[in-house]
Design a protein around this ligand. Structure first.
Ligand code: PMP
Length: 358
């Protein structure tokens, strides 16, 4: 009898699904989303715009109005191109597929964003993870040695890093980019609205560096739009593996709408940065909790017992991310997305009881 085990690739059979917990009715602090829904008048305006669209037609493959607006508003250096993806997740997949020569490798510090490894394995690239130091800073020596030894096709540097939250040191990154002269280096700036630091303006200093960003963290995770910025010579190659019509008409229009109202999203990001600082200070006062510095819209904390604290929070209807099993450096760590002031208060109160009852 024919069954999936006969046909599906062994790598896929061995994989576990990218699990997303059903958050119905929960305070959702697990996925670094913007907690603020669109204000009613804006939701109405967006609805009006979307109702004008020709949904019977395929989307524009290179929506020039959106791309020009993006270039202007996101400080894309002149001479650089923009490639759009169905979330930056899809761009990460495209990069892996485009670079998957036999024997090619992907290298990144670990722990970092899981999709770098997942997409590498699916495209049959070897994955090399170089552990961060105990304080989550880059081990430049180990990175340089690994770069020399493995000569990876692709290097990912998340800036700030997920899930640790820290921004890697500029000197360390420069050193690594220098050592990666035979690799394509992708600086993943998914959390840029909360970091206020970026490599975008420096893109043209390097021949082998691309910057990747997303609309997800700024406020529209639901529309699924990521973008990759860099030299046309690189993007033209990656564009060849882009599925046709990968970003849809509704997404493209909603993204333009976001850019037209960027000041609102910037204000929300500023509020979340302030909440991050407030939350970090209050969390640091809780017994037996270590809070790590973060430049993202989330905080990494180490608890005495991550599973127990996670379960306690869930019983209070608060969903966070337990990273304890992800990597030895994250033993007993939880990742807490910064929510609205109200949600953060709920989180603090629940954590307080979880830790005091321990
Ligand atoms: N890069 C990093 C570092 C992330 O943390 C995430 C999502 N959590 C992504 C990329 C993917 O973002 P999206 O597909 O929503 O654009």
């Amino acid at each position: 009898m024919l069954n999936p085990e006969n046909l599906i690739r062994p790598e896929v059979l061995a994989m576990t699904r990218y699990a997303v917990t059903d958050a119905d009715g929960l305070i959702k602090l697990d996925a670094m989303e913007n907690p603020f829904p669109l204000p009613e008048p804006l939701a109405h305006e967006l609805g009006q715009r979307l109702s004008q669209l020709a949904l019977n037609r395929y989307p524009a493959p290179h929506p020039s109005a959106l791309i020009e607006k993006l270039k202007r508003m996101m400080d894309v250096p002149s001479g650089c191109d923009v490639l759009l993806g169905n979330g930056s997740d899809e761009i990460i997949s495209m990069l892996a597929v485009a670079c998957a020569r036999p024997g090619a490798k992907v290298l990144t510090p670990v722990p970092s964003f899981v999709m770098y490894e997942q997409t590498a394995r699916l495209a049959q690239l070897e994955f090399i993870g170089v552990p961060l130091k105990d304080d989550f800073t880059l081990d430049t020596q180990a990175m340089s040695l690994a770069l020399e030894r493995h000569q990876p096709a692709l290097v990912y540097l998340a800036y700030p890093n997920n899930p640790t939250g820290n921004l890697f040191d500029t000197d360390a990154l420069e050193q690594i980019i220098g050592a990666a002269h035979a690799s394509l280096v992708v600086i993943d700036e998914a959390y840029q609205p909360f970091a206020e630091h970026s490599w975008m303006k420096r893109l043209t200093e390097f021949k082998n560096v691309l910057v990747m960003r997303t609309f997800s963290k700024l406020g529209l995770a639901g529309i699924r739009l990521g973008y990759l910025v860099g030299a046309p010579a690189w993007l033209a190659q990656i564009d060849k593996v882009r599925p046709p019509y990968n970003t849809n008409v509704l997404t493209q229009a909603a993204a333009e709408f976001l850019l037209d109202h960027l000041t609102l999203f910037d204000k929300q990001a500023a509020l979340l940065r302030a909440e991050r600082a407030r939350l970090a200070t209050l969390l640091a006062q809780l017994p037996e909790l270590t809070v790590y510095p973060s430049a993202g819209n989330f905080l990494l904390v180490r608890t005495p017992d991550a599973q127990r604290v996670f379960d306690h929070l869930l019983a209070q209807r608060i969903l966070v991310k337990n990273l304890s099993k992800m990597h030895p450096l994250l033993l007993h760590c939880l990742r807490l997305t910064v929510g609205t002031p109200f949600e953060n208060e709920q989180l603090l109160a629940a954590l307080k009881t979880a830790l005091v009852e321990a």
